[in-house]
Design a protein around this ligand. Structure first.
Ligand SMILES: [Zn+2]
Ligand SMILES: [Zn+2]
Length: 290
């Protein structure tokens, strides 16, 4: 697998001199796995990814959507393969009770928000709603998804191919005591505890033994907000230690964080990680091979 980063910023895109090195586009990753081209999330990074895919003549694209918050879908209307006849885009995401996946994408391009409706685009679109833990085969890659503790219905992904494993864990507050996900609320404290434990077990199942994991590290300890559903680098390091992750990529950078601040965070958490765990910070243009 080769993992390429097209967008690494959380919440909203930024364009300013202090953030150019790590990049200002919202989340989009490309995973090249043999014949299959898999994208994860459709933030503004997907615009440049799409142009590159059209130039390469790619006609079949698989898009894994973690959730429908704006920073993860807002680039999709500008995704160049949408305008290519003979192209098939298959979109996968966890099932949302009461909201079809296709409706989420169609609504984003509905009048008066966008001039061209989704069903007028040239590409063929297919929507695959996943159940938790279900394994789908994309080419020779096995993909599974589990709920994450984040507002809305949010899924993380585990991709396995030829004995190598990649985990995508954004957006998530890994160790909070607050239950944040839509449809998970319950008045019973005991049940809430049980559901929190279940969510953490799901994250651990996605991350277990991963050669590479991309993890939400939106917050620094000093600006942590427990109700937002995002993690700190120390949470990601704890998960990495608990689950045997080999390489950890800090991701979904806070939009105001400058390149220098990300450099400082990275140096600090590399020292904390010690040997045995390699820590990187996601940057646009970074490509990693597994
Ligand atoms: Zn996000
Ligand atoms: Zn989110």
């Amino acid at each position: 697998m080769q993992i390429s980063f097209w967008g690494v910023r959380g919440s909203f895109p930024v364009c300013r001199a202090q953030s150019l090195r790590y990049g200002g586009n919202t989340p989009c990753l490309e995973i090249d796995a043999g014949e299959a081209v898999i994208l994860i999330d459709a933030g503004t990074g997907i615009r440049a990814a799409g142009q590159a895919l059209v130039e390469r003549g790619v006609k079949e694209i698989h898009l894994l959507l973690s959730h429908a918050h704006w920073d993860h879908i807002q680039g999709f209307p500008y995704f160049a393969p949408l305008h290519q006849p003979g192209t098939c885009i298959r979109i996968y995401s966890l099932r949302r009770p009461g909201t079809a996946l296709g409706t989420i994408f169609a609504d984003q391009q509905r009048h008066p928000f966008f001039p061209v409706a989704l069903d007028q685009q040239a590409a063929r679109l297919e929507f695959v709603e996943l159940d938790e833990g279900q394994v789908v085969e994309i080419g020779d890659t096995q993909v599974s998804s589990r709920r994450l503790n984040h507002p809305s219905v949010t899924g993380g992904f585990r991709l396995e191919r030829q004995g190598r494993t990649f985990a995508y864990l954004s957006d998530v507050d890994l160790y909070t005591k607050l239950l944040l996900g839509e449809g998970l609320q319950t008045p019973s404290a005991a049940e809430r505890q049980q559901r929190l434990a279940g969510l953490l077990a799901g994250v651990c199942a996605l991350a277990h033994g991963a050669d590479l994991a991309v993890c939400d590290t939106f917050f620094r300890p000093e600006d942590y907000e427990p109700s937002w559903g995002h993690s700190r680098p120390e949470d990601a390091l704890r998960l990495a230690r608990d689950t045997g992750i080999g390489q950890l990529v800090l991701f979904h950078h806070e939009p105001h964080r400058s390149d220098e601040e990300i450099d400082e965070l990275l140096a600090h958490y590399r020292r904390q990680a010690g040997g045995g765990l390699e820590v990187l910070a996601a940057a646009e243009g970074l490509a990693l091979s597994l």
